[in-house]
Design a protein around this ligand. Structure first.
Ligand code: ADP
Ligand code: MG
Length: 735
């Protein structure tokens, strides 16, 4: 250990690490683990604890893992071995066998004869290194070693009841980290506590300083448990404070209230509607109409199962805004979906969308469409309709976000299928009005409650849980090529049977073509990297057309087709002029063709859980039952296969969302790992820690209500700033 602090000032959590530990240690910790500040070190929590004297099970060690084990020496044996090639220096090998009482592990030390004296039988110690195999036997080569001998000269830093085991590296073994942490705990001032005392008292939380101490240096499990609970609270509470501040800022903004008017488009639309709204649709609609009548911008997330009828709800809100003299924009993630929304909305509105035409109704408006690749002339006309206010409703893709798109009076922005849109994009659209418009975000990916509270935590949430009546069930079967290769033939037979009955089919591939990766499903796990490439649309379509689906009207649809062609294919599919659509995930979101009843997903294991659920939502939308066939080569027991089996086992989107989350790390959910930065969530788990997240949200919300600028909570302000600095780009913005 080094010379201690170099400055007289007491280091804080933000001080560079070498203010609290020696320079050499600081450099080693930064190089090995990326720890730069005292806070980084004190928040480098142990992965687990081993009880002093309780030996680590040696049976479940895995090759290539860096491990720290507590074990007892059984035997020691030193012998001379051949010199290295080209050298005549004598070499020795000291082989030490250690045990956990059952299993054994070999430690091989080269040229360390003195180990024979140090590691006598019966001696216990900590051994750290990378697990390897030699002639079928597990071993550690030249492991780092720390004796656990109360009589030895060993320092007292290892003498607590529980020995912390840290995420470690060869350059910084667990006990070096433990020693540095202990030293830092003496030096660093951690008195400033981001969680106010009153809240700590209410929830039985330790003060920060105590928690940091016990998480690293503990005698009992109880101490580590309480420390961890408190530190999880930190993570939840600071994050919820940020979100509460965001919500408060939205509420403080002015917005134009769009009051409901009778005798307008909304009433005319309701009268035309060929079905009754479900109770859920009615209730959520009322809520939204209420929100947009207020003087502050609505900021609401509408989640609902695939096919639960979110579009109608959104359309009613848009019409109410048009009735009140404003305009509404509907933002879709893909051109296919924007075009489909345009078709659906214009056909649902009928004469109501034909303002200025002979056929137009008395009360009417226009619906404009803006996509990236539409022709210059169409684009100019639509831009004009948006800017003049002639078009009450403007539908489009990202193209709507461009600067040259102007509105006369934008009152409402609806974002469909949120998971493709980030906060920045919402903000860009919001800035298109004089006053911020109301915002409605829709997602068909059900989100576990706690994820909604964090990733979408700045939005109010509504949920549509029921499906409109008259829906047919979807049956999902796995076609496991590893075990049942001939089932694929049966899958194509089922497609032919459905088509013979007048229905339509989707065949979904993970890729477009051999070199067109753009629209392909991103890899969802590591193991698939090693396998052969997935079937591609452009390869599969001709094979099917000449083989098992010969004679059927078959077309392809993917993201790289020209816009006109995409639109044309979709229109013909909607009209029933195409039997089989071979497509990429462009059909994943929102595509609504009730006559399509069967879907074959090739390489189903290449898709994520939510994605498969979305895809499956394309069928069973009419009165005929749907059949989804998930084709996979993944063998039973692999994570890939579990994912596919999981989707086949349930239609409950919320359950699948949980499965999805369990299979991924939280960091991925929050988008943090992509940037390679450490996630702000170290201990908190979005699924398991729901009670903490819920309670922290309540506390943070009322704290921000009382004291919006946190004027009397300096330590919290500091923690908020730190979270925003490290994580802004990662999760708040890219959510
Ligand atoms: P999603 O929530 O997946 O976006 P959509 O809005 O596309 O669902 O609706 C799916 C289908 O259900 C559409 O054809 C729509 O017209 C129809 N639909 C919506 N609400 C009802 C209802 N209350 N009764 C019957 N059909 C409905
Ligand atoms: Mg939809």
């Amino acid at each position: 250990m080094g010379t201690g602090p170099t400055l007289a000032a007491v280091p804080t959590m933000r001080s560079p690490l070498h203010d609290a530990v020696g320079l050499k240690t600081a450099q080693a910790l930064e190089k090995a683990l990326g720890l730069r500040t005292c806070g980084d070190l004190l928040r480098h929590y142990p992965r687990r604890y081993v009880e002093r004297g309780v030996l680590t099970p040696l049976t479940d060690l895995r090759d290539d893992e860096y491990v720290t084990v507590q074990a007892e020496v059984v035997s020691v044996n030193t012998r001379k071995i051949h010199p290295n090639r080209g050298s005549n220096r004598q070499r020795t090998l000291t082989e030490v066998v250690v045990t956990d009482g059952h299993g054994r592990l070999k430690l091989s030390f080269f040229n360390q004869v003195w180990r024979g004296k140090q590691l006598v039988p019966g001696q216990r110690g900590l051994f750290a290194g990378k697990v390897g195999s030699f002639r079928g036997q597990r071993q550690l080569v030249n492991p780092q070693t720390q004796l656990l001998d109360d009589n030895s000269a060993a320092d007292d830093r290892l003498l607590t009841g529980l020995i912390p085991v840290y995420p470690a590296a060869a350059a910084a073994p667990s006990w070096t980290i433990a020693a540095a942490v202990r030293y830092a705990l003496e030096q660093v001032d951690v008195e400033a506590d981001p969680i106010p005392e009153e809240i700590r008292d209410r929830h039985g939380l330790l003060p920060l300083a105590q928690a940091l101490r016990w998480v690293h240096v503990a005698d009992t499990e109880e101490q580590t448990r309480r420390a961890r609970k408190r530190l999880k609270w930190d993570e939840a509470f600071v994050m919820q404070t940020v979100l509460a501040q965001r919500r408060a800022a939205t509420v403080a903004q002015p917005a134009m209230p769009r009051l409901r008017r009778s005798g307008g488009l909304l009433d005319a639309f309701d009268a035309r509607l060929p079905f009754d709204l479900t109770a859920g649709q009615q209730q959520v609609s009322e809520q939204i109409l209420d929100d947009i009548g207020r003087e502050h911008p609505m900021h609401r997330l509408l989640q609902g199962e695939v096919g639960s009828g979110k579009t109608v709800v959104a359309l009613r809100a848009m019409l109410a805004v048009v009735d009140a003299g404003g305009q509404a924009a509907l933002l879709a993630p893909t051109e296919v979906l924007a075009q489909q929304h345009h078709r659906t909305v214009t056909s649902m509105l009928g004469q109501l969308a034909q303002a200025g035409e002979l056929t137009g109704a008395d009360v009417s408006t226009r619906v404009a469409l803006l996509t990236g690749s539409q022709g210059a002339q169409a684009r100019r006309r639509n831009l004009l309709e948006a800017a003049s206010g002639e078009a009450g409703i403007v539908i489009g893709t990202h193209a709507l976000l461009q600067e040259n798109v102007q509105f006369a009076d934008l009152g409402l922005v609806v974002v469909d299928e949120q998971h493709r849109f980030g906060v920045e994009q919402r903000d860009a659209l919001r800035s298109k009005g004089d006053m911020p418009p109301h915002v409605l975000v829709m997602t068909a990916t059900p989100i576990p409650r706690t994820v909604a509270m964090t990733v979408f935590g700045d939005l109010e949430t509504s949920t549509l849980t029921e499906l409109p009546s008259g829906r047919s069930p979807i049956q999902t079967n796995v076609v496991p090529l590893a075990e049942q290769p001939h089932w694929l033939e049966r899958a194509w037979t089922r497609v032919r049977e459905e088509v013979a009955q007048g229905r339509q089919a989707y065949v979904v591939c993970a890729r477009i073509g051999s070199d067109a990766e753009e629209d392909a499903a991103p890899p969802v796990d590591d193991e698939q990297e090693k396998r052969k490439p997935a079937a591609a649309v452009v390869d599969v379509a001709p094979l099917l057309a000449q083989g098992p689906l010969a004679g059927l009207r078959l077309e392809v649809l993917h993201g790289q087709l020209p816009t006109d062609e995409k639109d044309d294919v979709m229109r013909r599919f909607v009209r029933g002029e195409i039997d089989v659509l071979v497509a990429t995930t462009v059909v994943e979101v929102g595509v609504d063709v009730p006559n399509a009843t069967v879907m074959v997903v090739l390489d189903a294991d290449r898709f994520g859980v939510s994605q498969l659920h979305q895809l499956r939502g394309r069928i069973g939308r009419g009165q005929h039952p749907g059949l989804c066939l998930l084709v996979t080569e993944a063998a039973i027991g692999t994570p890939a296969r579990e994912r596919v089996d999981g989707v086949a086992a349930t239609l409950d989107g919320f359950e699948l969302a949980r499965l999805d989350l369990e299979q991924r790390r939280e960091g991925d959910v929050l988008g943090a790992t992509q940037s390679g930065r450490r996630s702000s969530l170290k201990l908190l788990r979005l699924l398991q820690d729901e009670p903490i997240i819920v309670a922290a949200r309540e506390e943070a919300t009322s704290l921000v209500d009382e004291d919006p600028t946190l004027s009397s909570h300096d330590a919290l302000v500091e923690a908020v700033r730190e979270l925003l600095d490290t994580d802004r780009a990662d999760y708040l913005e890219k959510a």
